[in-house]
Design a protein around this ligand. Structure first.
Ligand SMILES: Cc1ncc(COP(=O)(O)O)c(C=O)c1O
Length: 392
């Protein structure tokens, strides 16, 4: 057997996003590139903020000794200081540089956290639907993902989380603004979640709250994403600059730890060790330096907002149902077919590519990503309307 059984199985069940991406290439050959409308991938197309280019230029030409050298595994101290300030202000909590590890994106951060915190067979409770890679990250570390129902508007169902907690639960993982629904969890629901975890802690179950928030700055209608670290001592934030600065290929993010957590220093040492031994060693030097100067910047969110409005109006006109996104750049749309894959295949016949919600633990829905040119959305909307009207 040339590859591990589990990996072979994962290749066979390859992600829907990838599958649709490959089908899109084939469709473009038969229908023509201008007749294919691909809403499958969450790859931000909005340019990074202007300041990125000047900072990146000066960082790239810095000839100081050792700028390309190894560094402490947690990352540059001055960059961690900047991120600590940002996390403190986002989360109404006094985070210091010693509570921050620079990571290879949010994905790298989640893998570091899972490796550091989870024994084999321990459980991560996550509200459905959820970012599909969470399952793979859990299994990387021999842990188990336990998806739980959300309310019908995709807000957190506290009772469902409570029912899912066992003596094996080590992490409750939340993501807000949310991929794939666009939901931003309210302060009230986060407070309830924190109270629940405090109660379990008092009963002897020590559960971490992990907030995965790479979309924190991509919000609409004046919404502010509420703080998480201030609510519960045993908490972490994992984030990145993939979406807020449109730098996903540069692979840069960080983990911030609540300084009040039990055994704070030991936990931080574990994170730093895992960043090293998972083979990341440290987050990339060049882009660490760059984002260290850009922590207060963000992409032009009004571009996403314009597309969101366009999409929302067009899909309503087509008679589709969905919750209006409050953040991120996805629409999670109710499938008019009972089986979401049937809707995906129906739309595909018209050249419209979307991914089934079942790939995110949310069957009965499809996800449409609007990090794509406005003109493509404009051209696709009448076709989507036609496709929906021709459902038999
Ligand atoms: C909810 C969520 N978490 C984590 C990630 C991974 O982000 P990064 O590119 O920073 O690793 C993504 C990427 O799409 C995401 O949507």
């Amino acid at each position: 057997m040339p590859v591990a059984d589990q990996i072979k199985a994962s290749i066979a069940g390859s992600s829907w996003i990838r599958k649709m991406f490959e089908e899109g290439i084939e469709l473009k050959k038969t229908l023509g590139a201008d007749k294919v409308f691909d809403f499958t991938i969450g790859n931000p197309d909005v340019a990074p903020p202007e300041k990125y280019y000047s900072i990146a230029g000066s960082v790239a030409t810095d000839r100081s000794k050792n700028v390309h050298g190894y560094m402490p595994n947690a990352g540059y101290e001055n960059v961690r200081e900047v991120m600590a300030k940002k996390a403190s202000s986002d989360h109404a909590c006094d985070v210091g540089a010693n509570n921050v590890v620079m990571t290879v994106g949010a994905a790298g951060g989640l893998n570091v956290l899972f490796r550091a915190l989870l024994n084999p067979d321990e459980e991560i409770v996550v509200p459905k639907p959820y970012f599909a890679e969470y399952g793979a990250y859990a299994s990387n570390h021999k842990a188990r993902l336990v998806p739980v129902e959300s309310k019908t508007d995709f807000s957190i169902d506290i009772d469902a989380i409570d029912r899912a907690i066992t003596d094996k639960t080590r992490i409750v993982l939340i993501n807000s603004p949310h991929n794939p629904t666009g939901r931003v969890y309210s302060a009230e629901s986060l407070e309830k979640l924190a109270s629940l975890l405090k109660r379990h802690k008092e009963e002897g179950r020590h559960i971490y709250l992990v907030a995965d928030e790479p979309y924190r700055e991509i919000v609409y209608d004046g919404i502010v994403v509420p703080p998480v670290l201030s609510l519960y001592s045993e908490s972490f934030v994992v984030t990145s600059f993939s979406k807020t600065l449109s730098l996903p290929g540069e692979r840069i993010g960080y983990i911030a730890q609540n300084p009040g957590m039990d055994d704070c220093g030991l936990v931080m040492n574990a994170l730093i060790l895992c960043n090293r031994i998972l083979g990341f060693v440290n987050a990339p030097a060049f882009i660490q330096r760059v984002v260290g100067e850009l922590a207060d910047e963000k992409v032009d969110v009004s571009i996403y907002d314009k597309r969101r409005k366009l999409f929302v109006n067009g899909l309503k006109e087509a008679g589709l149902e969905f919750a209006k996104p409050e953040g991120a750049f996805y629409l999670f749309v109710k499938s008019p077919f009972e089986n979401d894959v049937d809707f995906v295949n129906h739309l595909k016949k018209y050249g419209v590519l979307v991914v089934p919600g079942s790939g995110f633990g949310g069957p009965g829905y499809v996800r449409m990503a609007y990090c794509i040119d406005e003109k493509i959305i404009e051209a696709a909307l009448p076709i989507i309307k036609k496709a929906v009207s021709e459902i038999e």
